[in-house]
Design a binder for this molecule. Structure first.
Ligand code: CTP
Length: 401
């Protein structure tokens, strides 16, 4: 799984740096090429000589190699990497990563990295529990970084608690699991709807909703990272996908989204309907701006928009998978189960507006996934990137059934 993978290993200055030698050994044994980048204080805990002997590559710690004047390019390194692992990640390095303080080679490389990033925190129990560390780790999660949770045990301070860097064997397992899932959608065509739709009233006004598109874009990135050919049918949003392979088709209204999806669906293996589609549109779109002085309070007559998910459910073939979302305020599960049947879905992702701090506009979501056979899995409150991972996992396990 790790054979020929390019791993940039960032080592910051914590006592757990002594475990980095074992980590390098395990990675190299599995056929990975490892390039170590250290912070200046990392060097105080383990010598670059040990690490360069194990990796067969000079360790990078400075922007320039002092005796030759050679510039160490963080950009090249960021592009070379198939994964960047920061182990140990101290509170200081995590804070710099969260806020973009690029004053050393490790953080600069992190900011340039296009590959997935894995962070293995290591610090004392009070430091890991401090609100600033909690917030910084949450920020890293929202960037899509994978946090390898620290373990419990005896710490360098001799206190017992949470904060120990995860063992090298477990870090390697996390990477292996990641790379094995990295191709589990290879050959699959995935269509995802995202964002709101805008239904025009006149040339300057529309009916819309608060959807930011973040959940749909996170799903598109996750599916693309796992090898799928992804088309994102997106309503008006102000974000872009992070994965370079995602094709975006921009639409404005529910009608446009419907027509685009109808065209794409016959050539799609998995459709995920994540958009917050407006259920109604004005019956007439005024060609000129509706003026305040000209009339009484206007009454806007509405007509029903097409139900995109239901219309795809009607033409779904054997082997195609249709996944919906349900946003509910009450009777959540019963309503979601009803939507599975009405729209001929295979799976529905239920989120409730009752969970504060999740859903519209935020980076977090708390969902349950309900399948056609009635099985319901509840997930804890997570970042939308992690939720996307869970949803794609659920889809993959259903495909492989
Ligand atoms: N959906 C759709 N087209 C619509 C409305 C909804 O494709 N015109 C999709 C959504 O993308 C989502 C699912 O249907 O995957 C459920 O959306 P939701 O708004 O929860 O349900 P509605 O069918 O609109 O029902 P209600 O608003 O009454 O809850």
């Amino acid at each position: 799984m790790l054979k020929n993978k390019h791993i940039v290993l960032g080592i910051s200055g914590g006592i757990a740096a002594y475990k980095s030698a074992t980590l390098v050994r395990l990675l190299v044994k599995r056929g990975a090429e490892v390039q170590v980048v250290m912070t200046p204080s990392g060097r105080e805990f383990i010598t670059p000589v040990t690490l360069s002997a194990l990796t067969g590559k000079p360790v990078i710690t400075e922007f320039f190699t002092a005796n030759t004047g050679q510039w160490n390019s963080h950009v090249d390194l960021g592009l070379w990497a198939d994964a960047m692992v920061i182990a140990p990640a101290t509170a200081c390095t995590i804070a710099k990563m969260a806020t973009g303080v690029a004053d050393n080679m490790l953080v600069t490389t992190y900011l340039s990295a296009k590959a997935p990033v894995f962070v293995a925190p290591a610090m004392d129990l009070d430091m890991i529990a401090h609100p600033s560390t909690v917030r910084n780790l949450r920020t890293l999660r929202s960037y899509g970084n994978h946090i390898i949770k620290p373990a419990e045990g005896e710490l360098a301070s001799h206190l017992i608690g949470k904060g120990r860097m995860e063992e090298p064997e477990e870090i390697v397992r996390v990477l292996e699991r990641f790379f094995s899932s990295a191709s589990d959608l290879k050959g699959k065509k995935v269509m995802i709807t995202a964002g709101p739709t805008y239904e025009r009233i006149d040339p300057v006004r529309f009916i819309g909703n608060f959807s930011s598109g973040k959940m749909g874009y996170a799903l598109a990135d996750e599916a693309a990272a796992r090898g799928a050919e992804v088309t994102l049918v997106s309503g008006p949003v102000s974000i872009t996908p992070s994965q370079p392979g995602v094709k975006v088709l921009n639409v404005e209204s529910a009608r446009e989204m419907h027509d685009t999806c109808q065209n794409l669906f016959p050539d799609t293996d998995i459709a995920i309907m994540c958009a917050a589609v407006a259920d109604y549109a004005p019956a007439q779109v005024a060609t000129h701006k509706i003026k305040r002085e000209n009339q009484e309070v206007p009454v806007i007559e509405l007509v029903k928009n097409p139900d995109i998910a239901a219309s795809l459910g009607k033409i779904k073939r054997h082997g195609q998978m249709l996944v919906g979302f349900a946003l509910e305020t009450d009777n959540e599960q019963a309503n979601a189960e009803d939507k599975i049947r009405r729209k001929n879905l295979d799976m529905i992702v239920l989120n409730s507006l009752r969970n504060p701090g999740t859903c519209f506009g935020t980076d977090r979501n708390k969902v349950s996934i309900i399948t056609l056979d009635g099985a319901c899995t509840e997930y804890p409150d997570k970042s939308k990137t992690e939720v996307a991972h869970d949803i794609i996992d659920a889809i993959v396990s259903r495909i492989n059934k």
